[in-house]
Design a protein. Structure first.
Length: 560
């Protein structure tokens, strides 16, 4: 906060509240002056309310042209009148309040709760909800998500589901979401975003285009995939670390961060990396010296090192080459440039699989829906083959036991998932079967089930081709066994995340797989990773216990 005297001068050029501000924090005193000029050009005003030693709040007004799209949204809003009531599941109180206010503005009767478990209790006892909005901030298990799907299928009011993502999860490949939600938006939520999502969700029954997930990446997956590439990011600035990490992880890259050259040297001797991104100017040890020392070690001499520098003078570029760097990228960099230069040094094991070999999938249509993200489609198809391989057998079993609702639920989920993945034959056959089951039509013979089984098998067999290069060993071809202390830390961390049902368990499991490469543990680790990807935390808990037991046994034997 500032004093009233200082308050009056804040918007003057080259003025700061105290002379020590520039010395401590940098800056020129121009930011607020420029802001004032811009706001005045927009027929607005800017002012500040400040209490010394407490803080300041800045306000501004501005005029904008009327958006022609607003009328189109207004014209479509009467369709929202068909909604009787909605339930918002969000544990963040501020976000919840914002969403409730927006829903009130759309004249939709809305209730709220903090978690999906409470939401399921509400939806089970009150059948008049036709819209559920839930946030990725809401804690949930796979079992609870599937309960929500069952409530959706059984709903007499054709209940729809909208999911709200945090921006850092915008590239989520959550299989549940893709199979079962009707629309999705990313925070921060705006009235227009929410209104469009509601229209999109209910529009599935009113001739609107179906919802598609948008994956924000400039990467051209036609050329390459960076999934599972291991990158060491050497950068001292925390903001730059965060920005670069988000961009890298968006492409499925595994990122390890070093804050200076000394940390980087320690890491490259203990872990294997496909590429090193090296900041040039750092404290303790700069990027040039770090690169020189790495190149002196014959075991590390072939690791590609890419310089990151805001200085693009010729002498800097020449020095990068002299010390043994393979390339450079200018700061600030964009996604496309960063992905492209990393791809130049990615081993063949990380190249994209040939999706054209997949039978039964409308490839062009599906890739359009996924913004050409072939890596995502690859992962979704593999998950589809794992989850739905035995669906027909499960349907037969449910019908034999007289569990008609379960048979409908399995068929409904299969229909939705296969449709979103462009598996048209499975989608049509499952849709016909679901329709017959809902009409209580008896299956005079098993030909519909046999035909559906053949269609699934055809797709699964094709997908198996994608997995040949996706084994545990190819993802970490030269991994080193780490110290027992590091392994113990990772095991403890993984156990914590599993007990808390935290999805960070997946990345921790990946790290553990890079540390434990003995063939004895491969099956257990793969099973553990699969359980976590399916959010089956209970099974993951048992598998982790088995893994720890096996490690303890091996340690006892080695000591003997």
């Amino acid at each position: 906060g500032v004093s009233p005297d200082q308050n009056q001068r804040l918007f003057e050029p080259f003025i700061q509240a105290e002379s020590s501000t520039t010395r401590k924090y940098g800056g020129t005193g121009l930011g607020l002056a420029i802001s004032k000029k811009i706001i005045q050009l927009m027929q607005g005003n800017i002012w500040v309310e400040s209490v010394q030693d407490q803080g300041s709040v800045f306000y501004f007004t501005a005029s904008f042209e009327y958006d022609s799209q607003t009328q189109a949204i207004k014209d479509s809003l009467p369709l929202i009148d068909t909604l009787s009531s909605a339930l918002v599941i969000e544990k963040n109180e501020s976000c919840k309040k914002v969403i409730l206010n927006m829903m009130e503005a759309m004249h939709i009767k809305t209730k709220s709760c903090n978690g999906i478990k409470s939401g399921i209790d509400i939806l089970s006892s009150q059948k008049d909800y036709d819209l559920v909005i839930f946030s990725d901030q809401s804690d949930h298990t796979l079992e609870e998500l599937m309960q929500l799907v069952k409530l959706k299928v059984d709903s007499p009011r054709n209940m729809h589901i909208i999911r709200i993502y945090s921006m850092h999860k915008a590239d989520s490949t959550d299989y549940f979401d893709y199979a079962n939600i009707d629309a999705a938006i990313y925070k921060p939520v705006t009235p227009t975003l929410l209104a469009n999502a509601v229209m999109n969700a209910i529009g599935k029954l009113k001739g609107y285009e179906p919802f598609t997930l948008h994956y924000h990446t400039d990467l051209n997956p036609e050329s390459y995939s960076l999934q599972n590439v291991n990158v060491l990011l050497v950068e001292d600035n925390e903001i730059n670390q965060e920005l670069a990490s988000v961009i890298l992880m968006d492409a499925g890259i595994h990122v390890v961060i070093a804050s200076n050259g000394e940390e980087a040297l320690s890491l490259v001797k203990r872990k294997n990396f496909d590429v090193i991104l090296m900041d040039v100017q750092m404290p303790v040890m700069d990027g040039f010296e770090t690169t020189r020392l790495i190149r002196e070690d014959t075991t590390l001499s072939k690791i590609p090192i890419i310089a990151m520098t805001a200085n693009v003078y010729t002498e800097i570029k020449d020095k990068c080459i002299q010390v043994g760097m393979n390339g450079y990228i200018s700061k600030p960099f964009n996604r496309s440039d960063l992905y492209s230069i990393i791809a130049e040094f990615v081993p063949d094991v990380h190249r994209s699989n040939d999706l054209s070999k997949i039978e039964g999938v409308e490839l062009e249509q599906t890739l359009t829906r996924l913004n050409s993200n072939r890596t995502l489609l690859n992962n979704l198809l593999i998950k589809f083959s794992e989850i739905h391989l035995h669906d027909v057998a499960h349907i037969q079993e449910a019908l034999k036991q007289g569990d008609h609702k379960r048979a409908i639920l399995i068929t409904h989920t299969l229909k939705g998932t296969s449709g979103n993945l462009g598996a048209q034959r499975i989608h049509l056959l499952a849709g016909k079967l679901e329709s017959d089951l809902r009409k209580n039509l008896k299956l005079t013979d098993e030909s519909p089930l046999l035909e559906l089984s053949e269609a699934i098998s055809e797709l699964v067999n094709s997908v198996s081709l994608l997995r040949k290069d996706d084994s545990f060993s190819t993802n970490i071809p030269n991994a080193k066994v780490s110290s027992n202390e590091e392994r113990s830390i990772l095991l403890t961390l993984l156990e914590k995340y599993i007990n808390e049902h935290d999805i960070d368990a997946i990345s921790t499991c990946d790290a553990l797989m890079n540390h434990i490469v003995a063939p004895t543990y491969v099956d257990l680790l793969n099973a553990l990773k699969k359980a976590l990807e399916h959010y089956d935390f209970e099974n993951a808990k048992h598998l982790l216990a088995s893994l720890k037991d096996q490690i303890n046994i091996d340690q006892e034997v080695s000591h003997e």
